[in-house]
Design a protein around this ligand. Sequence first.
Ligand code: C2E
Ligand code: MG
Ligand code: MG
Ligand code: MG
Length: 279
Amino acid sequence: SGKARNKNSLQFYSQAIKDASLQVVAIEHDLRKAIENNEFELYLQPIIDLERNKILKAEALIRWNHPKKGLIFPDKFIPIAEKSELINTIGHWVINSVCLLLKKLSELDFKIKISINLCPTQVLEESLFSYIHRCIKKHKIDPSLLELEVTEGVLVHDYKIAERLLSKVRAIGMSVSVDDFGTGYSSLSYLKKLPLDFVKIDQSFVKDIVVDDNDKAIVRAVIAMAHNLNLGVTAEGVETKEQLSFLKDNACNSVQGYLFSHPVRFELFLELLQSKLNT
Ligand code: C2E
Ligand code: MG
Ligand code: MG
Ligand code: MG
Protein backbone atom coordinates (compact mmCIF):
# COMPACT_ATOMS: atom_id res chain seq x y z
CA SER A 1 0.00 0.00 0.00
CA GLY A 2 0.92 3.64 -0.37
CA LYS A 3 1.25 3.99 3.35
CA ALA A 4 3.71 1.11 3.62
CA ARG A 5 5.73 2.44 0.69
CA ASN A 6 5.88 5.84 2.32
CA LYS A 7 7.08 4.31 5.53
CA ASN A 8 9.72 2.28 3.68
CA SER A 9 11.03 5.27 1.79
CA LEU A 10 11.09 7.29 4.99
CA GLN A 11 13.13 4.56 6.62
CA PHE A 12 15.32 4.48 3.53
CA TYR A 13 15.95 8.20 3.68
CA SER A 14 16.58 8.33 7.39
CA GLN A 15 19.03 5.44 6.99
CA ALA A 16 20.76 7.33 4.16
CA ILE A 17 21.01 10.43 6.35
CA LYS A 18 22.40 8.33 9.20
CA ASP A 19 24.99 6.76 6.87
CA ALA A 20 26.00 10.15 5.50
CA SER A 21 26.41 11.71 8.92
CA LEU A 22 28.34 8.68 10.16
CA GLN A 23 30.67 9.17 7.20
CA VAL A 24 31.15 12.82 8.14
CA VAL A 25 31.91 11.83 11.73
CA ALA A 26 34.40 9.21 10.50
CA ILE A 27 36.17 11.69 8.22
CA GLU A 28 36.30 14.29 10.99
CA HIS A 29 37.77 11.68 13.34
CA ASP A 30 40.42 10.65 10.79
CA LEU A 31 41.19 14.28 9.93
CA ARG A 32 42.23 14.92 13.51
CA LYS A 33 45.06 12.41 13.14
CA ALA A 34 45.97 13.17 9.56
CA ILE A 35 48.47 15.93 10.25
CA GLU A 36 50.49 14.10 12.89
CA ASN A 37 50.45 11.00 10.69
CA ASN A 38 51.74 13.08 7.81
CA GLU A 39 48.90 12.09 5.49
CA PHE A 40 48.44 15.40 3.69
CA GLU A 41 50.37 16.29 0.58
CA LEU A 42 50.46 19.41 -1.56
CA TYR A 43 50.19 18.98 -5.30
CA LEU A 44 51.20 21.85 -7.56
CA GLN A 45 49.44 22.85 -10.76
CA PRO A 46 51.44 25.06 -13.11
CA ILE A 47 50.03 28.44 -14.16
CA ILE A 48 51.40 29.48 -17.53
CA ASP A 49 52.14 33.11 -18.29
CA LEU A 50 50.94 33.70 -21.86
CA GLU A 51 53.18 36.65 -22.57
CA ARG A 52 56.40 34.85 -21.68
CA ASN A 53 55.08 31.36 -22.43
CA LYS A 54 56.51 30.09 -19.17
CA ILE A 55 55.45 28.64 -15.84
CA LEU A 56 55.80 31.57 -13.45
CA LYS A 57 53.33 30.41 -10.81
CA ALA A 58 51.73 27.30 -9.37
CA GLU A 59 48.60 26.72 -7.32
CA ALA A 60 49.01 24.53 -4.22
CA LEU A 61 46.17 21.98 -4.01
CA ILE A 62 45.87 19.73 -0.98
CA ARG A 63 45.47 15.96 -1.21
CA TRP A 64 44.86 13.46 1.59
CA ASN A 65 46.60 10.10 1.37
CA HIS A 66 44.20 8.21 3.63
CA PRO A 67 45.71 4.97 5.03
CA LYS A 68 42.57 2.96 4.20
CA LYS A 69 40.57 5.01 1.70
CA GLY A 70 43.46 6.05 -0.53
CA LEU A 71 43.73 9.43 -2.24
CA ILE A 72 41.01 11.87 -1.15
CA PHE A 73 40.35 15.17 -2.95
CA PRO A 74 39.74 18.42 -1.04
CA ASP A 75 36.05 18.72 -1.98
CA LYS A 76 35.49 15.62 0.21
CA PHE A 77 37.15 16.90 3.38
CA ILE A 78 37.71 20.68 3.30
CA PRO A 79 33.97 21.40 3.77
CA ILE A 80 33.96 19.05 6.79
CA ALA A 81 37.10 20.63 8.23
CA GLU A 82 35.48 24.04 7.72
CA LYS A 83 32.78 23.17 10.24
CA SER A 84 35.34 23.04 13.06
CA GLU A 85 38.65 24.53 14.12
CA LEU A 86 40.31 21.79 12.05
CA ILE A 87 40.36 24.02 8.98
CA ASN A 88 42.73 26.41 10.71
CA THR A 89 45.09 23.60 11.72
CA ILE A 90 45.07 22.27 8.15
CA GLY A 91 45.43 25.81 6.79
CA HIS A 92 48.53 26.40 8.91
CA TRP A 93 50.01 23.13 7.70
CA VAL A 94 49.41 24.24 4.10
CA ILE A 95 51.02 27.66 4.65
CA ASN A 96 54.08 26.19 6.35
CA SER A 97 54.42 23.48 3.68
CA VAL A 98 54.17 26.01 0.84
CA CYS A 99 56.97 28.02 2.47
CA LEU A 100 59.10 24.88 2.59
CA LEU A 101 58.43 24.22 -1.11
CA LEU A 102 59.31 27.83 -1.98
CA LYS A 103 62.54 27.42 -0.09
CA LYS A 104 63.41 24.27 -2.04
CA LEU A 105 62.56 26.02 -5.32
CA SER A 106 64.77 28.98 -4.54
CA GLU A 107 67.63 26.67 -3.54
CA LEU A 108 67.30 25.19 -7.03
CA ASP A 109 67.31 28.72 -8.50
CA PHE A 110 63.70 28.65 -9.66
CA LYS A 111 61.81 31.87 -9.17
CA ILE A 112 58.24 30.55 -9.07
CA LYS A 113 55.29 31.96 -7.19
CA ILE A 114 52.93 29.67 -5.27
CA SER A 115 49.30 30.49 -4.52
CA ILE A 116 47.45 29.22 -1.48
CA ASN A 117 43.67 28.68 -1.28
CA LEU A 118 41.89 30.18 1.70
CA CYS A 119 38.30 29.34 2.53
CA PRO A 120 36.15 31.98 4.27
CA THR A 121 36.72 30.58 7.79
CA GLN A 122 40.47 30.94 7.32
CA VAL A 123 40.16 34.55 6.16
CA LEU A 124 38.23 35.27 9.36
CA GLU A 125 40.84 33.66 11.62
CA GLU A 126 42.35 36.44 13.68
CA SER A 127 45.87 35.04 13.88
CA LEU A 128 46.16 34.11 10.18
CA PHE A 129 48.37 37.03 9.18
CA SER A 130 50.76 36.63 12.09
CA TYR A 131 51.03 32.90 11.29
CA ILE A 132 51.89 33.64 7.64
CA HIS A 133 54.34 36.32 8.69
CA ARG A 134 56.07 33.98 11.14
CA CYS A 135 56.44 31.27 8.46
CA ILE A 136 57.92 33.76 6.01
CA LYS A 137 60.49 34.84 8.59
CA LYS A 138 61.24 31.33 9.81
CA HIS A 139 61.93 29.95 6.33
CA LYS A 140 63.38 33.21 4.95
CA ILE A 141 60.90 33.34 2.08
CA ASP A 142 60.58 36.19 -0.41
CA PRO A 143 56.97 37.32 0.29
CA SER A 144 56.48 38.37 -3.32
CA LEU A 145 56.50 34.65 -4.17
CA LEU A 146 53.43 34.00 -2.02
CA GLU A 147 49.89 34.59 -3.21
CA LEU A 148 46.55 34.09 -1.50
CA GLU A 149 43.43 32.93 -3.36
CA VAL A 150 40.20 34.16 -1.82
CA THR A 151 36.64 33.70 -3.09
CA GLU A 152 34.15 36.51 -3.71
CA GLY A 153 31.73 35.66 -0.92
CA VAL A 154 34.02 36.47 1.96
CA LEU A 155 35.14 39.69 0.25
CA VAL A 156 31.51 40.84 0.09
CA HIS A 157 30.14 39.53 3.39
CA ASP A 158 33.15 40.17 5.58
CA TYR A 159 34.48 43.17 3.75
CA LYS A 160 36.12 44.86 6.74
CA ILE A 161 37.97 41.78 7.96
CA ALA A 162 39.02 40.88 4.42
CA GLU A 163 40.29 44.37 3.81
CA ARG A 164 42.41 44.30 6.95
CA LEU A 165 43.99 40.97 5.99
CA LEU A 166 44.57 41.88 2.35
CA SER A 167 46.10 45.23 3.19
CA LYS A 168 48.56 43.58 5.57
CA VAL A 169 49.60 40.81 3.18
CA ARG A 170 50.05 43.26 0.31
CA ALA A 171 52.03 45.63 2.52
CA ILE A 172 54.68 42.92 2.92
CA GLY A 173 54.73 42.24 -0.85
CA MET A 174 52.43 39.25 -1.18
CA SER A 175 49.70 39.23 -3.81
CA VAL A 176 46.02 38.32 -3.77
CA SER A 177 43.72 36.77 -6.34
CA VAL A 178 39.95 36.39 -6.47
CA ASP A 179 39.28 32.68 -7.03
CA ASP A 180 36.32 31.20 -8.97
CA PHE A 181 35.50 34.68 -10.23
CA GLY A 182 31.96 35.08 -11.52
CA THR A 183 30.34 32.25 -9.56
CA GLY A 184 29.68 34.02 -6.29
CA TYR A 185 28.02 37.39 -6.13
CA SER A 186 26.70 39.96 -8.51
CA SER A 187 28.17 42.80 -6.46
CA LEU A 188 31.30 44.14 -8.11
CA SER A 189 31.93 47.06 -5.79
CA TYR A 190 34.49 45.11 -3.75
CA LEU A 191 36.68 44.95 -6.86
CA LYS A 192 37.32 48.67 -6.92
CA LYS A 193 37.72 49.06 -3.17
CA LEU A 194 39.85 46.10 -2.08
CA PRO A 195 43.59 45.71 -2.63
CA LEU A 196 43.75 42.91 -5.24
CA ASP A 197 46.10 41.71 -7.99
CA PHE A 198 44.41 39.00 -10.07
CA VAL A 199 41.06 37.48 -10.88
CA LYS A 200 40.80 33.79 -11.72
CA ILE A 201 37.95 33.17 -14.16
CA ASP A 202 36.06 30.12 -12.99
CA GLN A 203 36.32 27.00 -15.13
CA SER A 204 32.55 26.94 -15.66
CA PHE A 205 32.92 29.96 -18.00
CA VAL A 206 35.94 28.50 -19.78
CA LYS A 207 34.40 25.08 -20.40
CA ASP A 208 32.18 26.02 -23.38
CA ILE A 209 34.04 29.13 -24.44
CA VAL A 210 34.58 27.82 -27.98
CA VAL A 211 30.92 27.09 -28.70
CA ASP A 212 28.89 29.31 -26.39
CA ASP A 213 28.55 32.94 -27.43
CA ASN A 214 27.37 33.95 -23.97
CA ASP A 215 30.48 32.51 -22.34
CA LYS A 216 32.61 34.28 -24.96
CA ALA A 217 30.93 37.57 -24.11
CA ILE A 218 31.31 37.05 -20.35
CA VAL A 219 34.98 36.12 -20.55
CA ARG A 220 35.79 39.04 -22.88
CA ALA A 221 33.98 41.42 -20.53
CA VAL A 222 35.69 40.06 -17.41
CA ILE A 223 39.13 40.40 -19.03
CA ALA A 224 38.40 43.97 -20.17
CA MET A 225 37.04 44.95 -16.77
CA ALA A 226 39.94 43.38 -14.88
CA HIS A 227 42.50 45.10 -17.09
CA ASN A 228 40.78 48.45 -16.64
CA LEU A 229 41.04 47.88 -12.89
CA ASN A 230 44.73 47.01 -13.25
CA LEU A 231 44.16 43.37 -12.34
CA GLY A 232 45.75 40.41 -14.11
CA VAL A 233 43.52 37.59 -15.38
CA THR A 234 44.05 33.84 -15.05
CA ALA A 235 41.70 31.39 -16.75
CA GLU A 236 41.05 28.13 -14.90
CA GLY A 237 40.18 24.74 -16.37
CA VAL A 238 41.81 25.19 -19.79
CA GLU A 239 41.65 21.76 -21.44
CA THR A 240 41.86 22.37 -25.20
CA LYS A 241 43.98 24.27 -27.71
CA GLU A 242 40.85 25.99 -28.98
CA GLN A 243 40.07 27.39 -25.53
CA LEU A 244 43.68 28.51 -25.22
CA SER A 245 43.68 30.36 -28.52
CA PHE A 246 40.44 32.18 -27.65
CA LEU A 247 42.01 33.27 -24.35
CA LYS A 248 45.23 34.35 -26.08
CA ASP A 249 43.29 36.33 -28.71
CA ASN A 250 41.46 38.12 -25.92
CA ALA A 251 44.55 39.13 -23.96
CA CYS A 252 44.11 36.79 -20.99
CA ASN A 253 47.35 36.94 -18.97
CA SER A 254 47.76 33.37 -17.78
CA VAL A 255 46.15 29.95 -17.94
CA GLN A 256 45.87 26.86 -15.81
CA GLY A 257 44.38 23.48 -16.76
CA TYR A 258 44.74 19.91 -17.89
CA LEU A 259 45.93 21.06 -21.35
CA PHE A 260 49.26 21.85 -19.72
CA SER A 261 49.25 19.69 -16.63
CA HIS A 262 47.14 18.19 -13.91
CA PRO A 263 48.12 19.13 -10.37
CA VAL A 264 51.26 17.06 -9.71
CA ARG A 265 53.61 16.03 -6.90
CA PHE A 266 56.55 18.35 -6.21
CA GLU A 267 59.10 16.05 -7.90
CA LEU A 268 57.08 15.99 -11.11
CA PHE A 269 56.54 19.74 -10.91
CA LEU A 270 60.32 20.18 -10.88
CA GLU A 271 60.51 18.08 -14.04
CA LEU A 272 57.89 20.31 -15.67
CA LEU A 273 59.98 23.35 -14.80
CA GLN A 274 62.96 21.78 -16.50
CA SER A 275 61.02 20.54 -19.53
CA LYS A 276 60.73 22.33 -22.84
CA LEU A 277 57.35 23.76 -21.82
CA ASN A 278 59.40 26.11 -19.75
CA THR A 279 62.32 27.20 -21.90
P1 C2E B 1 40.07 25.79 -6.85
O1 C2E B 1 40.93 26.62 -5.99
O2 C2E B 1 39.16 26.51 -7.78
O3 C2E B 1 41.09 24.85 -7.66
C1 C2E B 1 40.92 24.47 -8.99
C2 C2E B 1 40.38 23.06 -9.10
O4 C2E B 1 40.19 22.75 -10.49
C3 C2E B 1 41.33 21.99 -8.58
O5 C2E B 1 40.55 20.93 -8.02
C4 C2E B 1 42.03 21.51 -9.84
O6 C2E B 1 42.55 20.21 -9.74
C5 C2E B 1 40.90 21.58 -10.82
N1 C2E B 1 41.37 21.73 -12.21
C6 C2E B 1 42.53 22.27 -12.65
N2 C2E B 1 42.60 22.26 -14.00
C7 C2E B 1 41.45 21.69 -14.43
C8 C2E B 1 40.94 21.38 -15.75
O7 C2E B 1 41.54 21.64 -16.79
N3 C2E B 1 39.71 20.79 -15.79
C9 C2E B 1 38.99 20.50 -14.66
N4 C2E B 1 37.80 19.93 -14.81
N5 C2E B 1 39.45 20.78 -13.42
C10 C2E B 1 40.67 21.36 -13.30
P2 C2E B 1 40.93 20.25 -6.62
O8 C2E B 1 42.43 20.11 -6.51
O9 C2E B 1 40.11 19.03 -6.46
O10 C2E B 1 40.49 21.33 -5.55
C11 C2E B 1 39.14 21.67 -5.39
C12 C2E B 1 38.97 22.86 -4.49
O11 C2E B 1 39.39 22.56 -3.16
C13 C2E B 1 39.82 24.06 -4.90
O12 C2E B 1 39.20 24.76 -5.96
C14 C2E B 1 39.86 24.84 -3.61
O13 C2E B 1 38.70 25.62 -3.46
C15 C2E B 1 39.86 23.73 -2.55
N6 C2E B 1 41.24 23.53 -2.06
C16 C2E B 1 42.26 22.85 -2.61
N7 C2E B 1 43.37 22.89 -1.82
C17 C2E B 1 43.05 23.66 -0.75
C18 C2E B 1 43.77 24.10 0.41
O14 C2E B 1 44.97 23.84 0.60
N8 C2E B 1 43.09 24.86 1.31
C19 C2E B 1 41.77 25.21 1.12
N9 C2E B 1 41.18 25.97 2.04
N10 C2E B 1 41.07 24.82 0.02
C20 C2E B 1 41.70 24.05 -0.90
MG1 MG C 1 42.12 28.15 -6.19
MG1 MG D 1 39.25 28.25 -8.70
MG1 MG E 1 36.89 25.98 -7.52
